[in-house]
Design a protein around this ligand. Structure first.
Ligand SMILES: *[C@@H]1O[C@H](CO)[C@@H](O)[C@H](O)[C@H]1NC(C)=O
Ligand SMILES: *[C@@H]1O[C@H](CO)[C@@H](O)[C@H](O)[C@H]1NC(C)=O
Ligand SMILES: *[C@@H]1O[C@H](CO)[C@@H](O)[C@H](O)[C@H]1NC(C)=O
Length: 674
């Protein structure tokens, strides 16, 4: 027996009770004291009496400490039982703990959780109320209480509980939204069921037919054709929510998924015509019962085996079965709720492999499959899964990059590569991708293939460059030989007339160049400086970022690059203009590049006639948040001063400051996404 305090509306706080008792005791003692003093003043020593009271308080505190230790141990024991799934034993432990310490909140919430597991919702509610008496801001109590009320179909109270969580901890907004959503869905399902049963009771024709059909279909061991025929008729009946709801309330999902004959049809790798027909009829039925019915969607995806079955049907040999499976998944993935179910219940590795294999199919199907994958990949939970399971799907993704862009639908291929590009914005993902030699080589191979006809393969190339750009953010780049080859390909692309391709090729270069001196030297020989200067004269903002960074990297490591910049950018007109850009990455790299050029002895004097000292000074002393800009401007200034003493005289302090910071920084551009 537990000494569970019953909830009869007496809203006293347990610890207040303890305090009240203490106060009462003190009052009582004083009364007693005074009475005694009056009675026999000689016998009563009030000091001794107070001392003994203090002793009592100490004694109580000691007992409480002891009880706390015992209650803690019982809580641990209860948690262990809970973890084993022995909820009854857990409840016994928590109750014993509460015998020791009546105001231990966590024992109430834990016990409530155990009651929830056992379906004892009323008791769960009572425990939550006690936990809230111990701590009115206990969000766990509101959480369990919401769950209990939801199970009791007490929807409005469940909503109130979740709202309370939001009031106490606004940062739990996302979770609370999910809980509230669950309440709404369950309430909707509940109303549907009431309505469906009213229709059935009132003898609505289609409702009665659905029930009778389901009863017929539960006959075991009939021929596959018998079931296929019945299912076709049933599918025809699924015209509105009443029939769809009756399907679930009359056990439709388990009837279908547990029928031995149907299961056999599903599981055969090579299906004959009849088996194929059975699969098709079930897939169509599932689409019909899931249309606009969230509860049915949930029940379908929670059926045992469906998580494996759907991806395998999606990859089966029979074309029509693949198409219908895709249609079902597309339908489910239309809503947030459906996507979330797909991500939680399907075997995502097999799903991804199956979807990618649709690239072999018709244009329309390939694009639908990639559209589905795009929608899933935008979900945070998919991204988390992807990061953790990338090794298992890397082979399939490598296969995509190895496809011939001439025979694969370009827009579908682009979508798939764009998904990889987006996902590779995450450091953990690009680390794994670039560590895989086959994947890297496949990127390079596809680049080479696209360069055979840049105009024809423009879209694929553009998307691929995005992915490669992200891979090159991996620092240091895993493989120098690969980076060198990528740089060569990008140098070649700098001859293109296409602004988008040019920009991305420059973006890749701005990242590969910093990985080795050899790459810089080769790019210099191929005329990278001249191309970048030209770029800066005509390119847009993104292009300017990449070009400035490229120049900064080249001038940082090569004397020839500095001389070439000086020769091509007369009086540093272009770099000076960049210094007044709004974009701090451009300013920082332009300052770095200028500073590098100051190391060439004849570069500084002509600058004194310009306002460069003022401009650099302004940047060096600017907004404290842009420390990298300040630093590079300071370095440029210091180098200018060293090279040209006339500038030096007036700016000795800056020189001293900058000299102590003489390590140049190069700014990376924000990496590509999408
Ligand atoms: C819903 O919860 C409230 C508050 O606990 C309770 O008074 C009411 O009886 C509950 N209704 C149902 C149907 O359980
Ligand atoms: C690729 O598929 C889309 C959508 O079906 C279509 O519009 C496009 O023409 C196809 N592209 C090629 C190159 O076949
Ligand atoms: C890539 O990400 C962007 C921004 O998050 C998004 O708008 C775009 O649709 C994504 N593209 C693909 C193919 O996933």
């Amino acid at each position: 027996m537990t000494l569970l305090p019953t909830c009869n509306g007496s809203a006293f706080l347990v610890h207040t009770l303890i305090n009240q008792r203490a106060v009462l005791e003190i009052c009582f003692c004083f009364v007693f004291m005074i009475t005694c003093a009056l009675q026999n003043a000689d016998e009563i020593n009030s000091e001794a009496f107070l001392a003994s009271m203090e002793l009592d308080a100490k004694e109580r505190a000691r007992r409480r400490r002891e009880n706390k230790v015992l209650a803690d141990a019982l809580k641990e024991k209860g948690n262990e039982a809970f973890a084993r799934g022995d909820y009854k034993a857990a409840i016994v432990c928590y109750s014993e703990g509460l015998d020791k310490l009546k105001d231990m909140k966590v024992l109430y919430t834990n016990r409530a959780q155990a009651y929830l597991k056992l379906g004892d919702y009323q008791k769960a509610v009572v425990d939550c109320e006690w936990a809230l008496k111990c701590d009115e801001k206990c969000t766990k109590a509101y959480f369990h209480m919401g769950k209990a009320h939801l199970a009791l179909k007490n929807y409005s109270v469940a909503r109130e509980c979740y709202q309370k969580i939001l009031e106490i901890k606004p940062r739990l907004q996302t979770q609370v939204k999910d809980y509230l959503n669950q309440v709404n869905l369950q309430e909707k399902a509940d109303l549907q069921e009431k309505e469906a049963h009213r229709s059935l009771d009132s003898g609505k024709n289609t409702a009665v037919t659905v029930r009778n059909l389901l009863e017929t279909l539960c006959k075991p061991d009939q021929t596959p054709l018998f079931y296929a025929g019945g299912i076709e008729i049933l599918t025809e009946m699924m015209k509105d929510d009443t029939e769809r709801t009756l399907f679930r309330t009359h056990n439709g999902f388990s009837l279908i998924s547990e029928n031995e004959v149907l299961r056999r049809c599903f599981s055969r790798a090579r299906k004959d015509a009849v088996e194929e027909m059975v699969c098709l009829s079930v897939l169509r039925l599932w689409q019909a019962v899931c249309t606009g019915n969230e509860e049915n969607q949930r029940l379908l995806l929670e059926c045992p085996d469906v998580g494996r079955l759907l991806p395998s049907l999606l990859a089966t040999r029979a074309l029509s079965v693949r198409q219908q499976s895709l249609a079902l998944l597309l339908q489910l993935a239309q809503t947030d709720h459906g996507r979330s179910l797909v991500i939680s219940h399907l075997d995502l590795t097999r799903l991804l492999e199956a979807l990618v294999s649709f690239l072999d199919f018709s244009d329309k199907e390939a694009n639908s499959a990639m559209g589905l994958l795009t929608d899933l990949a935008l979900e945070e939970r998919f991204q988390v899964w992807f990061q953790a399971n990338l090794p298992g799907v890397l082979l399939a993704l490598t296969g995509v990059l190895k496809r011939d862009p001439l025979v694969t639908n370009a827009s579908a291929l682009c979508r798939c590569i764009a998904i990889m590009g987006n996902l590779s914005a995450e450091a953990a993902v690009r680390r794994q991708m670039s560590a895989c030699e086959e994947f890297r080589e496949a990127c390079l191979g596809l680049m080479a293939r696209c360069e055979e006809d840049v105009d024809l393969f423009r879209e694929v190339l553009y998307t691929l460059l995005g992915l490669v750009m992200n891979l090159c953010l991996q620092s240091p780049i895993v493989c120098e030989v690969w980076a060198l080859e990528v740089s060569r390909r990008c140098m070649f692309l700098l001859n293109s007339q296409d602004g988008g391709i040019l920009t991305r090729a420059a973006g890749v270069l701005s990242r590969t160049l910093s990985s080795s001196q050899k790459i810089v030297e080769e790019a210099l020989r191929a005329g990278v400086v001249k191309k970048m200067i030209k770029f800066l004269k005509t390119g847009g903002q993104t292009a300017s970022r990449y070009a400035t960074k490229t120049l900064a990297v080249c001038t940082n490591s090569c004397h020839e690059a500095r001389e070439e910049v000086i020769r091509l950018d007369k009086k540093f007109g272009i770099l000076m203009k960049l210094l007044s850009s709004e974009d701090e990455i451009v300013v920082g790299n332009a300052a770095l590049c200028l500073g590098n050029c100051m190391e060439v002895p004849y570069a500084a004097p002509p600058l004194l006639k310009t306002d460069i000292v003022q401009v650099l000074l302004r940047h060096a002393g600017s907004d404290a948040q842009k420390t990298a800009v300040q630093l590079n401007a300071g370095i440029a200034l210091a180098k200018l001063c060293t090279a040209e003493p006339r500038a030096h005289r007036s700016h000795v302090t800056i020189l001293g400051w900058a000299a102590s910071h003489l390590t140049s920084l190069s700014f990376d551009c924000h990496f590509w996404k999408s």
